[in-house]
Design a protein around this ligand. Structure first.
Ligand code: CDP
Ligand code: MG
Length: 735
């Protein structure tokens, strides 16, 4: 059974195991007392929240222009041909054989759980089958949720193409800050968060005939909340069909939660995948990835390679290393196309991922775990899995949320391996030991609801009139202290009263599709008469860290360009300055290029800003400007983020409430200034706890904006005259 494989120069690096076709069974023969020695600290990176978003926008533009072209040129035969081949592809999907059975099961049951291998056609086909069967009669909508905005957009584009309609007409999508639907839309793809928000305007989802909760296995916070709400409304809306679609994971639990709803299984068409483990743990998984790709390229038969990494920075490094080594090997090896998938990637690069590999060459796609279940790339035969992913974690005591690189779950690893067996028998190389797989990985990923801040969701549920959150029908309840902390924070922000009921302010806050603190900041700008500026800051903060462009070969120029934007007071004001100057340039691309600013991020900030500005009417905030003085702006920031206050102390800063030591991020405009009091936008862990996006405040403002949260005693300066020695010492240490 066990065969050692020779790959390139490294003999017997791998242990082989065969992944059974139908059921995934592992069971390592040789167990080793070796742990995963991955130097985790080194890999603690920060997730770009908007990761991948641009990638899909361009994919859609691309597809859009293709469709437009077809319409322009009335070469009927060609268009007809294309449509036909599209129909052929549809009929070739595994789900097609079950079309009638599936439709009749849906007819018979109000709630149905649907399980099927990734790529079997659940997301793209089921809604179309429903449309073809008349579920949209009378203008009723079919809604399908996706945990990732990327997936919602790309799937909608694909389905519009299959149906030969323009995206945004019959088929559309809705994601935060972007609504691509119209009056005519009957098939609506959307993020789970967007459907959740629809409950605010339509508590019984009356305009929907079918709701599909897709990718249910991902168990995102919003999907979990949807489970509870939809189960509830299904009771008094017997005409509403509910479909819970999931990869082959955990479907019994869904069935159980939905009062033993039947499970419809779509048998997968899957080729066997051989699994290889490293014999010893890898100290540097990035390096191991590079070596493995080259080994595959040199020794293995044709077929493309998919590498799973955790984020953009890693992906870039990996691609650079690969290209560099290929250059050195020159004509000694066949052509290797190295293609990354991450957010700020030029569109021509993105198109390449889906275009077929030229004969004689091999394609390597280096992706985040978007390629795990949400996105299918054809032609993959080899998968390289370092076994890591980036995960949100939450400390309910301090209320601190962070993103850290952690080992992925066994379920995830199996999904990744499965990507190798879609078109032919494949191979999956795991950069960890069989022992680690068995003993060090969690069985499945902990649902997001148990490791995130709940402020947003609690505010939303409260505005839906759900007051008793403890008894909400959670599939897996959140930790009690997390729930309590969310309630406390909302109370401190003034969104809830002492009875835990929604206040008028809370109701207005819930109208904005942003986190409660950001919402509060925007609402506070009304009082300080600076909503114009605060809206810009809110938009810039929500595009998150991808404003400044810093290419490796022009770092000095980039840093100088960045310095030119610095204004006194802090990073929020620097962001405001960047946006204002860009606006004055007429939103110019050239201007961005010259100033080392990412145009895509700016464009997105502009979109977000427009959306937010459009909502100001509804929450009755007048859009006015305070261009001369930064104090009102900084007070508005303080009104939202007073939770995030830190005070200068020996060697760094200490958070006021929890006395945790934190540091100004080296990229901050206040890195060298060390003001006594700071408000930070977020905390991130890399080498230490850094505050990212900080602004200088006066401690007296805290009493002004949050008198029920801060006591003046807490805010007394530790460097008051009573303790002259301490002050001297602090100064000394700070140089
Ligand atoms: O949802 P599920 O994973 O079961 O499958 P799907 O997303 O409906 O994909 C069915 C087929 O459509 C696959 O062969 C995908 O490659 C293809 N597809 C595509 O070409 N472009 C997309 N944006 C989405 C799916
Ligand atoms: Mg799907």
């Amino acid at each position: 059974e066990e065969s050692a494989m020779e790959l390139g120069g490294e003999q017997g690096r791998w242990e082989e195991e065969r992944l059974k076709t139908a059921s995934l069974s592992f069971g390592a023969k040789k167990e080793r007392e070796l742990g995963m020695r991955h130097e985790q600290d080194k890999y603690q990176l920060i997730l770009e929240e908007e990761e991948m978003i641009d990638f899909v926008s361009t994919a859609i533009t691309m597809k859009g222009t293709q469709a437009d072209k077809d319409q322009e040129e009335p070469s009927l035969s060609q268009a007809e041909q294309k449509k036909q081949s599209m129909q052929e592809v549809r009929r070739s999907l595994p789900i097609f054989a079950y079309r009638e059975d599936l439709l009749s099961a849906i007819q018979q049951h109000q709630i149905l759980v649907i399980e099927g291998e990734t790529g079997s056609g659940k997301t793209t086909q089921i809604p179309q089958y429903l449309l073809e069967t008349g579920y949209s009669e009378g203008g009723m909508k079919i809604g399908c949720t996706q945990p990732r905005r990327v997936a919602a957009m790309s799937v909608a584009a694909r389905v519009a193409q299959e149906m030969g309609v323009k995206l945004g007409n019959e088929v559309g999508y809705s994601i935060r800050f972007e609504d691509c639907t119209s009056e005519r839309t009957v098939l609506k793809y959307m993020t789970d968060g967007m459907l959740l928000r629809e409950f605010l305007t339509e508590p019984d989802l009356a305009s929907y005939s079918v709701v599909i909760i897709d990718e249910a296995h991902e168990r995102t916070l919003h999907t979990d909340i949807l489970f509870g709400l939809i189960k509830d409304i299904a009771r008094f809306r017997p005409d509403l069909k509910v479909l819970v679609a999931s990869a082959t994971l955990d479907t019994e639990r869904f069935s159980c939660f939905f009062d033993d709803a039947p499970v419809f299984r779509i048998p997968g068409r899957r080729f066997p995948v051989d699994i290889f483990y490293t014999k010893a743990p890898e100290a540097d998984y990035l390096e191991a990835c590079v070596v493995s790709v080259l080994q595959i390229h040199v020794t293995q038969s044709p077929g493309d390679v998919l590498v799973f990494l955790t984020g953009q920075e890693e992906i870039e490094t990996c691609c650079e290393l690969l290209q560099e080594r290929c250059r050195r090997l020159g004509s000694k090896i066949a052509e290797l196309l190295v293609l990354p998938i991450y957010a700020n990637l030029p569109s021509d690069m993105q198109a390449k991922i889906f275009s077929p590999t030229p004969p004689g060459a091999r394609k390597v796609v280096v992706a985040t775990n978007i390629a795990e279940t949400s996105l299918t790339i054809d032609g993959i035969i080899y998968v390289i899995d370092p076994g890591f992913c980036k995960q949100k974690s939450y400390n309910a005591r301090t209320g601190m949320e962070s993103l850290i690189v952690t080992p992925c779950s066994r379920a995830s690893a199996n999904q990744r391996a499965g990507r190798a067996g879609r078109v032919a028998a494949g191979k999956c190389f795991r950069l960890y030991t069989a022992w680690a797989f068995k003993h060090e990985m969690e069985e499945s990923t902990v649902p997001e609801i148990q490791r995130t801040n709940l402020g947003n969701v609690v505010l939303l549920l409260k505005s839906l009139g759900i007051n008793d959150l403890i008894h909400f029908d959670f599939m897996d309840p959140p930790p009690h202290e997390t729930l309590v902390l969310a309630l406390e924070q909302l109370y401190a922000l003034g969104a809830l009263n002492h009875l835990g009921e929604l206040t008028k302010l809370g109701r207005r806050m819930a109208e904005l599709p942003v986190d409660p603190m950001l919402s509060k900041m925007i609402l506070a700008s009304e009082q300080y008469k600076c909503s114009e500026e605060v809206l810009t800051i809110a938009a810039m903060l929500s595009v998150n860290n991808s404003i400044f462009y810093r290419p490796k070969d022009k770092m000095v120029h980039a840093d100088n360009a960045r310095m030119n934007f610095v204004v006194p007071g802090g990073d929020h004001l620097v962001l405001l300055n960047v946006y204002t100057q860009w606006m004055e340039s007429g939103f110019s691309t050239q201007w961005c290029y010259e100033n080392f600013i990412q145009f895509r991020s700016m464009r997105r900030a502009r979109d977000v800003r427009e959306q937010l500005e459009g909502l100001m009417d509804r929450i009755e905030v007048e859009v006015v400007s305070s261009p001369e003085d930064s104090v009102p702006i900084r007070k508005a920031v303080t009104a939202g983020y007073f939770y995030h206050t830190s005070r200068l102390s020996k060697g760094g800063y200490k958070t006021v409430k929890h006395q945790q030591t934190v540091y100004t991020h080296p990229n901050s405009s206040l890195f060298e200034e060390l003001p006594r009091w700071l408000i930070y936008h977020e905390l991130v862990f890399t080498t230490k706890e850094f505050m990212r996006q900080v602004i200088e405040i006066d401690s007296a403002w805290l009493l002004e904006v949050a008198p029920h949260y801060y006591k003046s005693k807490e805010l007394e300066d530790s460097s008051s005259k009573k303790m002259p020695r301490k002050q001297g010492k602090a100064k000394e240490e700070l140089g």
